[in-house]
Design a protein. Structure first.
Length: 228
């Protein structure tokens, strides 16, 4: 077995890259309006070319995000690779027991770490958090984008609520994506200063063995069967 093995396909890495760029631009152009009285926000608005041009940038990357969401939905539904990735992300009862076992280990109440499969409970939480947050962002964004048409069929209080939800959903995604996710994937002492998996799709065998033992055992078993 090589020192590094493939973990993420090129297709998945490209989707991740597009999501990263779209989210960064949308958060920068969106949060500056929510916190418009901030000095940094005022500077960013000037950097973006003013309120009008900021809106154009925000909507352009909103379209990118919508297209990516449609593509990802089709990918996990109609391709074998995508469907297997989705199934690996489905929350299971084991995730709950893994959480309590990991908590007991961290508190010094147990000497055994749980054996994780392809994705652990934190990675599943991040995936579904971003997926649900993105869906909410798209729906509320479309209502605000076509606000005149929306007001023709929706009461004003729903429009006002949509504005609040859209803004705070962006804050929540920022927390999940750029604080929680960035630490766990890149700033974690186990991978610091950065995991290269999101770039080349490969992971060290020793790291897979430690962090994804069930997937590692399955890979060893499959290769053993091939050798025979």
């Amino acid at each position: 077995m090589n020192d590094r093995v493939e973990r993420l396909s090129l297709d998945l890495r490209l989707q991740h890259g597009v999501l990263l760029i779209a989210m960064i631009v949308l958060l920068l152009t969106g949060l500056v309006l929510k916190f418009h009285d901030n000095v940094v926000s005022a500077w960013l608005i000037r950097l973006e070319g003013g309120i009008l041009f900021r809106g154009l940038i925000h909507r352009a990357f909103a379209i990118v995000l919508i297209l990516l969401a449609v593509y990802h939905a089709a990918w996990v539904t109609f391709t074998d690779t995508g469907h297997s990735e989705l199934m690996a992300m489905v929350p299971r009862h084991k995730d709950l027991s893994d959480f309590f076992q990991k908590l007991a280990f961290n508190l010094g109440l147990s000497n055994n770490l749980p054996a994780f499969d392809r994705y652990d409970y934190l990675q599943k939480l991040q995936y579904w958090g971003v997926a649900i947050g993105t869906a909410v962002m798209i729906v509320t964004g479309m209502v605000l984008w076509f606000v005149n048409e929306s007001m023709a069929i929706l009461p004003k209080w729903i429009i006002d609520l949509t504005l609040i939800v859209h803004g705070w959903d962006g804050v929540l995604i920022f927390i999940v994506l750029f604080l929680f996710h960035m630490y766990n994937v890149h700033l974690n002492p186990a991978v610091f200063p950065m995991s290269m998996t999101w770039i080349d799709g490969k992971i060290q065998v020793d790291r897979m063995k430690n962090e994804h033992r069930l997937e590692y055992d399955r890979l060893v078993s499959d290769r053993s069967d091939e050798d025979h």
